[in-house]
Design a protein around this ligand. Sequence first.
Ligand code: DER
Length: 219
Amino acid sequence: ATQDDLKRMAAHKALELVPHGEYIGVGTGSTVKYFIEALAASAKDIKGAVSTSSSTSALLRQHGIAEVGLNEVNGLALYVDGADEINHSLQMIKGGGGALLNEKIVASASRQFVCIADESKYVARLGKFPLPVEVIEHARSLVSRQLLKLGGEPELRIGVKTDNGHQIVDVSGLNLDQPMSMEDAINHIPGVVENGIFARRPADVLVLARAGGVELVYA
Ligand code: DER
């Protein structure tokens, strides 16, 4: 099975966890793209979807799934999203697709976080994938100096502005063995908007696709 086959398998399996008649949150990325396709082809009648990026909004529109704004709903039953890395406590590194701010916001509004991923994302230790940090442009150098003090090597994601108009620096070399502490430390740097460590609020279940099949993994 190719990685795309595995992403498709995980996305399809996640449909079983989608309740009827509820609002759900939908993340961003190529695995989520397969989830949106599977959802559209299924008989699931959700009330609507809260998006996390312009690319996900375009996919929802393309597949005839109603999009609602987060301000229009009072919480969400479920949030479905991918990850760049996810450990055995279901803590994640996200933001490879540049939507980490909206993803963390919508995830925080959701009662259950379902992560869909192929086996390449499931790791014993977080930190091989460079950590995306969303920063305010005029504070970028100030933030980068602080990230260096934390042991990181920040690199500007050239030519990228997030849907919320910010820049992203990708930070290699950080020690993420205490992911919750690092998530808080980085978010306390003035000029940081959000970072891609999802440790304070990890996923509730991982739909993990391997060559041998798809399984539900709990922390
Ligand atoms: O940017 C993100 O957080 C995405 O969810 C990313 O982590 C997963 O993207 P993929 O499904 O294309 O691998």
